[in-house]
Design a binder for this molecule. Structure first.
Ligand SMILES: NC(=O)c1ccc[n+]([C@@H]2O[C@H](COP(=O)([O-])OP(=O)(O)OC[C@H]3O[C@@H](n4cnc5c(N)ncnc54)[C@H](OP(=O)(O)O)[C@@H]3O)[C@@H](O)[C@H]2O)c1
Length: 321
């Protein structure tokens, strides 16, 4: 089968298409013929190894000190089950499925995943391209929205709203009945208004924490908000959700959470079948539509990574097989 592999960290040009052995499902696995996958910021970060300083050492130990241990990137997929292992009863050949991959591997024609992992039947009317965008990024968006415990009418700001996670988050926050302020770069603001944001802010022009507005919930997806100013911009009882947390703010949150009524939350998302099914049902009902900026073929993977690296993408970038 065809797969996109890389043997060293670096720019998009380290990626190449290679013929690799097609996997065979173990007893508890299903074999998926991948139809669509996404190229996200995390794929670029894994490829180039440009992580925040405090994450460099643990991630190098986990993913390979000198060269990548995981050879095939891609965290989000949708496709068709081609075969199932002897102990699998929940899926059968021909089922359309969407899956969040904990160990990457989605930039290929096939993958085997455990049937018990975050893989579910696709909602019938949702295209593969859209379903793929709702897996890892959708689950992250759902996780942080649930953490925030938004009540109808609450004032919610999402910092870094224009990307893969943020565009799903804006729509989920609106479904909770929130008044949503979306913060991102100027060229993404009309798209953000189009998916339901009530207010938009260009971060290059204004710092949302310095405008004198008070929020019930701040969700920082970009991870660029100042910890102290975010806390000051919260109403009493407000929640500051760090979706992309840095080390020092995480330590500071341990003290903040012991006093007063404002709370800081940063727990990482887990990948669940329940979450995927919920997101699929919202998409099926027309309540949630992933924003897809561009679609590339697998052969154009280097161009897809180059585009994601520019930071210009709105929502998600998809590759189709
Ligand atoms: N499993 C995962 O993949 C996972 C899980 C949790 C968290 N994360 C991390 O969460 C972050 C966001 O993920 P994502 O996939 O949504 O990334 P993304 O698609 O690149 O979206 C991030 C958005 O933040 C914007 N931004 C950059 N600087 C900003 C600033 N100073 N203020 C406000 N907005 C700013 C970016 O706009 P411009 O590019 O135009 O500047 C972009 O639209 C990434 O760092 C990712 O590694 C990833």
């Amino acid at each position: 089968m065809k797969a996109v592999v890389y043997d060293r960290y670096g720019p998009p040009e380290v990626l190449r298409i290679k013929d690799v052995e097609k996997p065979t499902p173990e007893d508890d696995q299903i074999l998926i013929k991948i139809r669509a996958a996404t190229v996200g910021k995390a794929d670029g970060e894994m490829r180039s190894f440009t992580f925040p300083l405090w994450l460099q050492l643990p991630l190098r130990l986990m993913f390979g000190a000198k060269k990548p241990r995981i050879k095939i990137l891609g965290q989000e997929i949708a496709g068709d089950v081609e075969a199932v292992g002897a102990h699998v009863s929940d899926f059968k050949a021909g089922d359309a499925v969407m899956a969040a991959l904990e160990r990457f591997g989605g930039h290929a024609e096939y993958i085997c995943v455990p049937a018990k992992s975050a893989v579910v039947q696709m909602a019938p009317d949702v295209p593969y391209e859209q379903a793929a965008c709702l897996t890892v990024f959708g689950l992250n968006a759902l996780h942080f929205i649930r953490k925030a415990k938004i009540k109808p009418g609450e004032n919610v700001v999402i910092n870094g709203a224009g990307g893969s996670i943020g565009t799903v988050m804006v729509q989920l926050a609106k479904l909770e009945g929130a008044e949503v302020t979306a913060v991102d770069s100027a060229d993404k603001l009309s798209m953000l208004s189009g998916i339901g944001a009530d207010h938009v802010i260009d971060f290059a022009q204004h710092d949302f924490t310095r405008l004198g507005n008070k929020f019930d919930v701040i969700i920082d997806v970009a991870g660029t908000g100042s910890y102290s100013r975010c806390l000051r911009a919260l109403n009493p009882g407000g929640r500051y959700v760090m979706a992309n947390p840095m080390f020092i703010p995480m330590v500071r949150s341990l003290f903040t959470n012991r006093i007063g009524t404002k709370r800081v939350l940063f727990q990482f998302a887990s990948y669940s079948k329940e979450g995927l099914t919920h997101l699929g049902a919202l998409a099926q009902a027309g309540k949630l539509t992933p924003v897809i900026d561009r679609t590339y073929s697998l052969d154009e993977i280097i161009d897809a990574h180059r585009y994601v690296d520019t930071g210009a993408k709105q929502g998600s970038v998809v590759v189709t097989m």
